[in-house]
Design a protein around this ligand. Structure first.
Ligand code: SAM
Length: 240
């Protein structure tokens, strides 16, 4: 059927593609993707060749219009280089426009590094807040940590290896005593996940410089669960 199919793809291990994703990517009229080489490789691995159209949210109006016109008549898939489209990846504007025009939109679930990292971290997961890429500049790092320090949830960020040390130092400075978790190369051969105080994790990576892609998580404030219980107890006693 015509419409937009948002399709999650693997974040490393190609075995993580779903059967439904394979069927849809094979069957659609075209696949909109960030990088035709990256998605071309995935298709080569899967053994078929669907037409690829490069797309990102910074594409001109004309490009988006053509894509929207196509999906009004035919099924069109949207993928990103890895993981779930729209999660720190392009697609938001396309989905917004498609919905506004009454084009059918559906989403095929699959891996997203944020969720994979969080499940692995050993940090509380009853509440979590995904905050996108950890900022690159010192002032912006400080601001985001000030903004989120009192949020009673595990904080999840995307990070890159060359910036990890600065990120850990910023957390140790601005949120002292809070545990972090670093999940690296998820679903790949050298997958690892380390949880502990940021200064200890930083000391490890000073000796073993990290490579690859990283999910960086920060534990909730340690008083969070008790505080929540206290508030409940207080409210109950007030009501009795
Ligand atoms: N849309 C993707 C998703 O759903 O996971 C995320 C895209 S974002 C542009 C890329 C970032 O995701 C990387 O810088 C890294 O922080 C994280 N990431 C992607 N794959 C990863 C992996 N295999 N292990 C750890 N982090 C990963």
């Amino acid at each position: 059927d015509p419409g937009l199919y948002i399709v999650a793809t693997p974040i490393g291990n190609l075995g993580d593609i779903t059967m439904r994703a394979v069927d849809v990517l094979r069957g659609v009229e075209a696949v909109a993707c960030e990088d035709t080489r990256v998605t071309g490789k995935l298709m080569h691995h899967l053994g078929f060749k669907t037409r690829l159209i490069r797309y990102d949210d910074h594409a001109g109006e004309g490009d988006r219009e053509r894509l929207l016109a196509l999906m009004a008549e035919h099924p069109v898939a949207l993928v990103s280089d890895a993981g779930t489209p729209l999660i720190s990846d392009p697609g938001y504007r396309l989905v917004r426009e498609a919905r506004d025009r009454g084009i059918a939109v559906t989403s095929l679930p699959g891996p997203s590094a944020a969720v994979v990292g969080m499940t692995l971290s050993g940090l509380p997961n009853d509440r979590f807040l995904f905050a996108g890429f950890f900022p690159n500049k010192a002032k912006a790092r400080e601001d985001v940590l000030a903004e989120l320090r009192s949020v009673r949830a595990t904080l999840i960020f995307y990070e890159t290896a060359p910036r990890l040390e600065a990120a850990l130092t910023a957390i140790a400075t601005h949120l002292p005593g809070r545990e972090v978790s670093v999940a690296r190369e998820l679903t790949k051969k050298f997958e690892e996940c380390r949880t502990g105080l940021p200064e200890d994790i930083a000391a490890h990576y000073a000796v073993h410089p990290p490579k690859g892609e990283i999910v960086l998580m920060i534990a909730p404030p340690s008083d969070a669960p008790d505080e929540a219980l206290d508030v409940d107890a207080l409210l109950r006693s007030e009501l009795e």
